[in-house]
Design a protein around this ligand. Structure first.
Ligand code: ATP
Ligand code: MG
Ligand code: FE
Length: 332
């Protein structure tokens, strides 16, 4: 089964071809990061126009890399949410057109489920049940997976997403966009224990909160400014990153203690964070568990992860009508 998958929910224009779900024959990603950098974040209007321009070449490249023609495809999939509506419409419309022209099924995929499935592409043999921490630019969720197709949401953020916190603090410090990699780079030169930022504790839940931390960082900088003290951005970045990581890890470990699981997996752009991976590895040493995270290129937005989910929907005949609309705030 060959599935062409398309993804353009944010600032990556991507097309992939997967064979039987997890075998990736082509995974083409055209990132617009440089285009949005000077604005300090993604500008939706610019993004959707760029998606329109890039999508067809990206699809052609994916087919060429896979050595396939349109006629070889068994289904076409597209992210239909969550994300920026303009971008979602570009790939969804393209997917509908391909579905109609080739008379093959259309499959609508949830972007966040895609982020999770990136793990199964990299490691098809992950043992279940598992706990998945999925942390991206717009979402933060802690999930319990009984099997591949059934999950329970244990916790989510009550305000900012983890990646959003990185992006906002990076912009505030003038470190650039996207914020995660910039903060991580600065943090390497700083002391994570130099400033004691708060770790949100939401009591008896698995929920996350990052807005208090964001305010604490801003207050710290403003106070030091007023006192005429010089601020070491590296120390600040390191201390901020340590606080985010600690809050994420605290909930994850709590879940591992309360649920019988075989593995822990990370997904989403923030899963690229080295400190997070290191701290989790260390904390999990006392549990008899496998720990996985996707390779860098599968952590951030790509189409192969969408194609992986689409295959399982294909097997379940979970096809979408041509009237499927984009849903910018689609829930898990
Ligand atoms: P969503 O998936 O929620 O719709 P998105 O697609 O924009 O949002 P991703 O592409 O999965 O999110 O991830 C991008 C986010 O990951 C950004 O917020 C970015 O700052 C963050 N990120 C990327 N690399 C790192 C890193 N090394 N450390 C921390 N955060 C990172
Ligand atoms: Mg992105
Ligand atoms: Fe994403």
């Amino acid at each position: 089964i060959y599935i062409l998958a398309l993804e353009s929910s944010c600032d990556e224009t991507a097309a992939s071809i997967n064979k039987n779900g997890l075998e990736v024959l082509a995974n083409v990603v055209s990132s617009q990061v440089d285009l949005h950098k000077k604005f300090g974040g993604v500008v939706p209007e610019i993004a959707s126009r760029k998606h329109l321009e890039l999508l067809l070449p990206v699809i052609d490249q994916a087919l060429a890399e896979a050595g396939l023609k349109f006629e070889d495809l068994d289904a076409v999939a597209a992210t239909y949410g969550p994300g920026l509506v303009g971008g979602l419409l570009v790939t969804l419309t393209a997917a509908k057109t391909i579905s109609l022209a080739l008379d093959i099924p259309l499959i609508g995929v949830n972007h966040i489920v895609g982020h999770i499935y990136a793990n199964f592409i990299a490691n098809p043999k992950i043992k279940k049940p598992l706990i998945c921490l999925t942390i991206s630019g717009g979402h933060s969720n802690l999930l319990y997976f009984e099997n591949l197709r059934g999950y329970k949401i244990l916790g989510k953020t009550i305000d900012d997403a983890a990646g959003e916190a990185f992006d906002k603090i990076s912009r505030f410090l003038g470190l650039g966009y996207p914020g995660g990699p910039e903060i991580e780079k600065a943090a390497l030169r700083g002391d994570p224990e130099s400033i004691d930022f708060p770790r949100a504790d939401l009591g008896n839940s698995y929920n996350f909160s990052f807005s208090g931390l964001k305010t604490a960082v801003m207050n710290y900088v403003n106070n030091e400014d007023q006192r005429g003290n010089r601020i070491d951005k590296n120390d600040l970045a390191a201390s901020f990153q340590a606080a985010v990581v600690d809050s994420l890890v605290a909930n994850l470990i709590k879940a591992v203690e309360n649920y019988e699981v075989q593995s822990v997996v990370l997904s989403g752009g923030v899963a690229a964070n080295q400190r997070l991976r290191k701290v989790i590895s260390k904390k999990l040493k006392s549990f008899n568990l496998d720990f996985y995270y996707p390779p860098l290129e599968l952590c951030t937005d790509n189409a192969a992860m969408i194609g992986a989910v689409a295959y399982y929907q294909y097997l379940e005949k979970d096809f979408a009508p041509l009237s499927l609309s984009a849903d910018p705030s689609l829930k898990l």
